[in-house]
Design a protein around this ligand. Structure first.
Ligand SMILES: Nc1nc2c(ncn2[C@@H]2O[C@H](COP(=O)(O)OP(=O)(O)OP(=O)(O)O)[C@@H](O)[C@H]2O)c(=O)[nH]1
Ligand SMILES: [Mg+2]
Length: 189
């Protein structure tokens, strides 16, 4: 099974660091900030997901998107045919709540991608890079979404397992939808 997942959120929130970590490209965080130019796609296979998805493997295509609005013309390519969306934010950066609302509007409300309107296919990662205690409250758009807190350096294992649970849910959802599609075809025939 193939899954396309979009990673979006403000600049400097750590999307590239998280994408590298989850795809096993890198376990270390280098201090140098290199903004993603447009989008970068990393691919990996899921390993052991949880019980409900036992036996199901997925090829994950993680779209590590730039948070810069100058790349807005690329947004339609980013959300097209995506199965899931992961919002990443750093609560210590200013203005992130309204930036997240902008992505929400474009990727969920206006994209026309039905998979992305299903709250089960969303994940919010609150990424705390340092021990800054500044906090941010997200708008009501995000009230129903499961939110996890991550810190790649201090507890990468937790991020891996939270992400794995999210993937397991996606895999089961996509499988059920495929089965339903097959049933629908059979009843038409
Ligand atoms: N110490 C520490 N630094 C981090 C961590 N995550 C990200 N950083 C740093 O924060 C900066 C931004 O991280 P990126 O992952 O490049 O941010 P991004 O969300 O991909 O940004 P754009 O590509 O511009 O949208 C870089 O300098 C990273 O090294 C972390 O967990 N710990
Ligand atoms: Mg990046």
């Amino acid at each position: 099974m193939y899954l396309k997942i979009v990673l979006i959120g403000p600049c400097r929130s750590g999307k590239t660091v998280i994408a590298n970590f989850l795809s096993d490209c890198s376990d270390s965080v280098s201090g140098e900030y290199r903004p993603t130019q447009g989008v970068r796609i990393v691919e990996f296979e899921t390993q052991n997901l949880n019980m409900s998805s036992r036996g199901l493997k997925a090829e994950v295509e993680l779209w590590d998107c730039s948070g810069d609005t100058k790349f807005e013309p690329l947004w339609p390519a980013m959300y097209k045919d995506a199965h899931g969306i992961v919002f990443v934010y750093d609560p210590s950066l200013p203005g992130v709540a309204s930036e997240l609302d902008n992505y929400f509007e474009a990727f969920i409300n206006e994209s026309g991608n039905l998979s992305l309107t299903n709250t089960k296919n969303w994940l919010v990662i609150k990424h705390t890079k340092n021990n800054d205690s500044t906090n941010t409250t997200l708008s009501n758009n995000f009230a129903k979404i499961s939110q996890v807190t991550a810190n790649v350096e201090e507890n990468g294992q937790k991020l891996r397992s939270d992400f794995s649970n999210y993937l397991a849910g996606l895999v089961v959802g996509v499988r059920d939808r495929n089965e339903q599609d097959e049933l629908n075809i059979l009843t038409v025939i």
